[in-house]
Ligand binder design. Structure first.
Ligand SMILES: [Zn+2]
Ligand SMILES: [Zn+2]
Length: 364
């Protein structure tokens, strides 16, 4: 058995090198995972383009599925109590919950101050395998890890630890319930998952999107109404289109998963008075957009930004996939055809929105 692995290292913005490193020893409570699949997520692109405020280099990738290569001392079960053995397929939260910082002490594990302690860390730093675009990935004791149910294929499980867990948590924060209407801004991976989750809860969905292939996918993921932004090129026209299908009032809850600051300016106008606006996609500090606070106050629209998720949502997301895997074309969310040698091309093609979610197939 080889004791070295490889990873895609971002040496500087938009320049990726494939590097080799000896595999680390696995400490107590940790796990070494052999990566099977890793998806390119919006935040990887964000770091790759050099837009992240701190991270300019490091090992990329965090949305992934692997199999246990080695269990650290004391690790016999996952965080739901299911026994774990080498070879088992697992997913882990891509962030740490240290359970010792002030937010963790309050139970806000998604706000842990140490969440990104190893995220895209430099490969010189132990345990070296910090990212998922790699042959191996190191899971720390403070990362929640779950065994993947046998019925859930690799191809659809890879999106569970970022995109799907994120939207299930976001919809809970938005308190959207049966019989209400959810408006989804953007039908990328997160938007499509959100549409399926909402539909399963008996929530009516309206999806706003301009990319034709994504409009089509939104229908397949259960959208009740699809609004093509290309046909509505002004705010007034988009508000009118939403009012048309909501009895003239606007949606109960809206979810922003575009990452576009201008979408944030617009969201509150698409909601009914007293509606709730869940903001997930705009993760880049420093990008600004005009905003109309008066329109918010006068209509008492509530804004709910959401970052990461409570770690046990990963188990809920796995169960959601297991239960609904036959009902939605999850397969179509990710595009194969990339290996570890193709990470740069995967980033570029994702950046140009040629694919919804590029998947790096890492296992050799
Ligand atoms: Zn992500
Ligand atoms: Zn913490």
């Amino acid at each position: 058995m080889t004791r070295a692995g490889r990873f895609a290292y971002l040496a500087e913005p938009m320049r990726i090198e494939l590097r080799e490193h000896a595999l680390p020893d696995v400490g107590p409570g940790g796990l070494l995972v052999r990566v099977r699949r890793a998806n390119v997520c919006g935040s990887d692109l964000h770091i790759w383009r050099g837009r992240h405020p701190q991270l300019k280099r490091g090992v990329l990738g965090h949305e992934m599925l692997g199999e246990v290569a080695e269990l650290g001392q004391g690790v016999t079960r996952d965080f739901a109590g299911t026994p774990l053995a080498p070879g088992d397929r697992v997913v882990a939260t891509y962030f740490l919950c240290c359970r010792r910082c002030p937010p963790c002490a309050r139970g806000d594990f998604n706000l842990c101050l140490n969440a990104y302690r190893y995220f895209a860390a430099p490969p010189e730093e132990h345990p070296h395998f910090h990212g998922a675009f790699a042959t191996h990935y190191y899971v720390h004791p403070d990362q929640y890890v779950y065994r993947v149910p046998d019925e859930v294929p690799d191809r659809i499980a890879a999106g569970v630890n970022c995109a799907l867990s994120q939207v299930i948590y976001a919809l809970d924060r938005g308190r959207v319930v049966t019989g209400q209407t959810l408006l989804v801004q953007g039908a990328g991976g997160l938007g499509l998952y959100a549409t399926a989750v909402a539909r399963e809860r008996g929530v009516r969905t309206i999806v706003l999107e301009s990319v034709p292939a994504r409009l089509e996918l939104a229908r397949l993921f259960g959208a009740d109404v699809v609004i093509d932004l290309a046909e509505h090129d002004s705010l007034e026209s988009r508000v009118a289109a939403v009012h048309d299908v909501t009895g003239g009032e606007g949606a109960d809850v809206a979810l922003e998963v575009t990452g576009v600051p201008a979408a944030f300016s617009e969201g509150p106008f698409l909601l009914r008075p007293g509606g709730r606006y869940v903001v997930v996609g705009n993760i880049s500090p420093g990008q600004t957009a005009p905003f109309d606070p008066g329109s918010l106050v006068r209509r008492q629209v509530e804004i709910l930004p959401v970052i990461r998720y409570q770690p046990w949502y990963l188990a809920l997301a796995l169960e959601f996939l297991r239960a609904t895997r036959e009902r939605y074309p999850y397969d179509e969310l990710c595009e194969d055809g990339y290996g570890l040698d193709d990470v740069e091309r995967a980033m570029r093609e994702s950046s140009e929105r040629m694919v919804t979610r590029a998947t790096i197939v890492c296992a050799r």
